[in-house]
Design a protein around this ligand. Structure first.
Ligand SMILES: C[S@@+](CC[C@H](N)C(=O)[O-])C[C@H]1O[C@@H](n2cnc3c(N)ncnc32)[C@H](O)[C@@H]1O
Length: 336
């Protein structure tokens, strides 16, 4: 490895860096809202209905793993009860104890009063059904790339759109640029079972969270974390696949970030005046970091036109997901 590469301590040593608040029990608060009398909210479904009404009344914004009040409420209720969100239906009609109801109502009120994303209140987010630890040191993961790894890179020819990499078992090296919590690097290690994954972030805080997640999945041997500025952190290396969800919010978007997003690190959003300052550097540098058959998968949010105007010569393939249209592009090394 070249000297610019700066390995980050492995997850085990980083665990101590997590906030102590994360360790507090979620069912510890006896508080209830003045709006709810004891015994009025009896089932999980009652609590979800109440939360949806309160969130809607309060104008809460949903942009952190859930996109509507029902999903957000179900996430909070399940997580407070140590249930996976997929178990909600099974237990919707189940009764909660008064203590559990009080703790959940307190969380709902905290969500409204602080406008913190629920993922921070609960130190948890799910991507593709898998749990990841998060706290305010890192953006709450919500990248479309997780879904695209399943849809276009799993080698499952039944998937819509077909495979962009024919044989996922042939992928030996993946780079996750701007890794944040490490969620995409971890998902990539599952999509490409023979690959090692290098994951880069400029933020030491984010990498401490990523290290915890890598350790939680026991992936210390396959996912390596590096601190540095984009490709500088892995100078001289080449990869079969680069995935990246860089900061891509333009100046106007930064000025208008919802209160929820202001709890997240600004460095995770700030893409410069036109939003593509980092995307430009990634596009300009990717060819020299890819193997000849490799490719780049890059999320850019709503900046498709800006990117297309800046790189009219590039045959970018714009990909859709269940909840996005053309917010991620794919380009092969060959075409770069
Ligand atoms: C939009 S977040 C994506 C995080 C994660 N990949 C995800 O999808 O949840 C962007 C990340 O890029 C990191 N970042 C910002 N500037 C960077 C740079 N110059 N080099 C490397 N990482 C950078 C931020 O710290 C942040 O963690």
């Amino acid at each position: 490895m070249a000297k610019a590469k700066k390995p980050v301590a492995r997850s085990g040593t980083k665990r101590a860096a997590t906030t102590t608040s994360a360790k507090k029990s979620r069912i510890a608060r006896p508080a209830a809202s003045p709006k709810v009398a004891p015994g009025e909210l009896v089932t999980l479904l009652d609590l979800v209905r109440y939360a949806v009404s309160r969130f809607t009344e309060a104008g809460v914004v949903f942009a952190h793993g859930t996109t509507d009040p029902v999903a957000e409420a179900a996430f909070i209720v399940c997580e407070a009860l140590h249930l996976h969100p997929d178990q909600f239906e099974m237990f919707a009609a189940a009764r909660v104890t008064a203590h559990e109801a009080g703790a959940i109502v307190a969380l709902i009120e905290q969500r409204i009063a602080t406008r913190k994303p629920a993922a921070y209140l609960l130190n948890k987010i799910y991507m593709r059904g898998l749990p990841f630890y998060v706290d305010e040191r890192v953006i709450v993961p919500r990248s479309f790339i997780g879904e695209l790894l399943d849809a276009h890179f799993s080698g499952n020819l039944e998937n819509e759109g077909g495979a962009l990499i024919d044989d996922p078992f042939s992928v030996a090296r993946v780079l996750d640029l701007c890794t944040g919590s490490g969620c995409l690097a971890i998902l990539a290690s599952g999509a490409f079972p023979n690959a090692t994954v290098d994951a880069v972030d400029v933020s030491g805080d984010a990498l401490a969270v990523a290290a915890r997640n890598v350790a939680d999945y026991g992936l210390e041997d396959r996912v390596a974390l590096y601190q540095g500025d984009l490709f500088d952190a892995v100078d001289g290396e080449r990869y079969d696949l680069i995935i990246t969800n860089p900061p891509y919010v333009d100046a106007q978007g930064m000025a208008n970030l919802p209160r929820e997003c202001r709890h997240e690190p600004a460095i995770a959003f700030d893409g410069g005046d036109d939003g593509i300052a980092l995307v430009r550097r990634i596009l300009d540098g990717a060819k020299d970091r890819l193997t000849p058959d490799g490719g780049l998968l890059c999320e850019i949010g709503r900046g498709r036109e800006v990117v297309a105007d800046a790189y009219p010569e590039l045959p970018l393939l714009w990909l859709d997901t269940d909840e996005s249209e053309g917010e991620v592009f794919w380009i092969t090394a060959d075409a770069l």
